[in-house]
Design a protein around this ligand. Sequence first.
Ligand code: NDP
Length: 241
Amino acid sequence: MTRVALVTGGTRGIGHAISTALKYRGCRVAANYGGNDTAARQFQAATGIPVYKFDVSDFAACQEGVTRITRDLGPVDILVNNAGITRDAMLHRMTKENWDAVIHTNLDSVFNMTRLVIEGMRARSFGRIINVASINGRKGQAGQANYSAAKAALLGFSKAVAQEAASRGITVNVIAPGYIATEMVRAVPKEILDTKILPFVPVGRLGTAEEVARCVTFLADDAAGFITGACLDANGGQYMA
Ligand code: NDP
C-alpha cells in the first residue's frame, strides 16, 4: 500500500535524507520547509519530491499546509516532525526571544502538526508519528537550555500520545540523534568539535543524515506496529540511556 509521508524540514540536512529514503521505500512524500527557497528548489529538482513552504511554529500556517498536502497527495499516514533550530546561549545570557523561537519551532510545531493529522489517522486506523529529538534532550547540554527543554519535552509528548493512539493502529516514537554532519553541526566551531564533542563519541565520528533516515524508515514501516512510545538513540555511543 502506498503511504503518504509528510516530513517537516524535509528539504535540507537530516530531513533531506529522510524524505528521499521514504520516497525510495515507495511512499508519496511531501517535504515541508520554512524559508530557504533556493535549497527547496534544488531539493525538488534533484528528488522530484514536492515541497511545501510554511512555518511549523504557526498553527494556522500548518493547517493551510496540511490541507494543501492532503489535496495534492492524500491524507497523511506518516508524519515526521523533523524541523528544528538552535539558538544557543548560556541561560544567564539567553534572550526571551531565543527561548521562544526554539520552543515555538521545536516543540509547538510538534503539537501543531500532530494535532492536524491525528484525527484522520484515528479515523483510518493507521498512523506513524516520528519525532526527531536530540541527544541533548536526553542528557542536557550547557548552552542549550531552550533546545534541551524542547527536545526533552518531545519524549513526554510522544509517550502520552502513544498511549492515547495505540488502539487505533497509530505508533508515536522518538529518534534522538547524536551529532550528525549537517549545516546545524557545521556551524559548531571546529575546535569545539575536535576537543569537546568527537572525543566523547565512541564510534569516533559524526553520524550521517542517512543513518538517521534509516531509523525513520524502520519506525515508519507497516511492520513496526509493535514499537510505540519508544526512543531510538542514534548517537555513536555518546550517550547510553
Ligand atoms: P538543518 O538546519 O540542516 O535543517 C533544518 C530544516 O528545518 C530545514 O529544512 C529548515 O527549512 C526547516 N525549518 C526550520 N525552521 C522551520 C520552520 N519554522 N518551519 C518549517 N521548517 C523549518 O537541520 P538538521 O538537519 O541538522 O536537523 C534536523 C532535525 O534534527 C532538527 O530537529 C534538529 O534539532 C535535529 N537534530 C540534529 C542534529 C545534528 O547533529 N544535526 C542532532 C540531533 C538532533 P529551511 O531550509 O527553509 O530553513
